[in-house]
Ligand binder design. Structure first.
Ligand SMILES: NC(=O)c1ccc[n+]([C@@H]2O[C@H](COP(=O)([O-])OP(=O)(O)OC[C@H]3O[C@@H](n4cnc5c(N)ncnc54)[C@H](OP(=O)(O)O)[C@@H]3O)[C@@H](O)[C@H]2O)c1
Length: 288
């Protein structure tokens, strides 16, 4: 059965290949992209091989932009069956977003947290909703810096990236617990795509970090290969009951010890709600 699948970061890298594979299967794909021209080019190119994706413009470092994008999705594409928060970035420098949040945390974690909240009523209506969050094995090196989550005193890209990817797994596990408590028909998955040859490490980085990434990615797989687990989780009928797990190469895999810390999961959830101005994450669902 064909699905409606919204994906962030569908204009390049792993997200582009995920959107392309799902469109080739005939699913209705909604690509969220920050750059309208690049987003249009991606949708046009994918449309030459499969069902042409719909474009929604969203700058994920801005909560106002995310809210506008969600409104558009709810208006035009409801019900959404799958949300894939794939977009991610690696920033060398500490910068606060317009919402006053360190931008790696904002884009890599909070954007998915907020979109999940805004689209949850639609995912529940679908009756077979899924939320997939693209994390990374970098989360194994991650530590939650509870005394300074935004790393304002001691920022480093590696530290911020690893923390944001640990936040992805903590969010997936905590969301799964809360969905199950409420009996809501939505399942959730965290994904490790592997080391993938993309431009993530050269877009917002100083030259030293860009060089390090160019060398590191030489050992990586193609974006098409990196997309396989997200594509599988979005489209397979077999995984609906396997919610709340960490996935690699289309199979569940162990994640870090910290990722299973339920106190961490609850704490991150509460901080994320505050940072996004959310009173009740489950509002608009029968589970609120
Ligand atoms: N590459 C790897 O080895 C690797 C390994 C583990 C995990 N991951 C994860 O995989 C995901 C995809 O990364 P990738 O490697 O495919 O990198 P990528 O090619 O740079 O793709 C990242 C996507 O996110 C979008 N994006 C970034 N910042 C955004 C913002 N502020 N607003 C809206 N969209 C934004 C980018 O948009 P533009 O097209 O406009 O740049 C792009 O489409 C990320 O979550 C990353 O952490 C990657």
């Amino acid at each position: 059965m064909k699905k409606t699948i919204a994906i962030t970061g569908g204009s390049s890298g792993i997200g582009y290949e995920t959107a392309r594979a799902l469109a080739r299967m005939g699913h209705r794909v909604v690509v969220l992209a920050r750059n309208p021209d690049k987003g249009k080019q991606a949708c046009d190119a994918i449309g030459t091989e499969g069902r042409k994706p719909e474009l929604v413009v969203a700058e994920l470092s801005s909560q106002a932009s995310i809210r506008r994008a969600a409104e558009q999705i709810l208006r035009d594409f409801d019900p959404v069956d799958v949300l894939i928060h794939n977009a991610g970035a690696w920033y060398s420098d500490f910068v606060l977003t317009e919402d006053g949040v360190e931008r790696m945390l904002a884009v890599n974690h909070l954007a998915g947290f907020l979109l999940g909240h805004l689209l949850l009523p639609s995912l529940v209506r679908s009756g077979r909703g899924r939320i997939i969050t693209v994390s990374s094995d970098s989360h194994f090196h991650g530590k939650m810096h509870w005394d300074d989550l935004q790393l304002s005193r001691n920022y480093h890209g590696l530290r911020a990236y690893a923390q944001s990817k640990l936040a992805n797994v903590l969010f997936t596990y905590e969301l799964d617990r809360r969905l199950k408590q409420r009996g809501l028909p939505v399942s959730t998955y965290a994904v490790q795509p592997g080391l993938v040859k993309t431009d993530i490490g050269v877009k917002h980085t100083i030259s030293l970090h860009a060089l390090a990434w160019k060398i590191r990615r030489l050992g990586g797989v193609s974006p098409e290969k990196g997309a396989e687990t997200s594509v599988y989780l979005a489209s397979s009928g077999d995984v609906a009951l396997q919610s709340g797990l960490y996935w690699d190469k289309c199979k569940p895999k162990a994640s870090s010890r910290d990722s299973h810390n339920e106190e961490y999961g609850r704490r991150l959830w509460e901080i994320s709600e505050k940072l996004c101005g959310i009173n009740d994450y489950f509002t608009g669902t029968a589970g609120s």
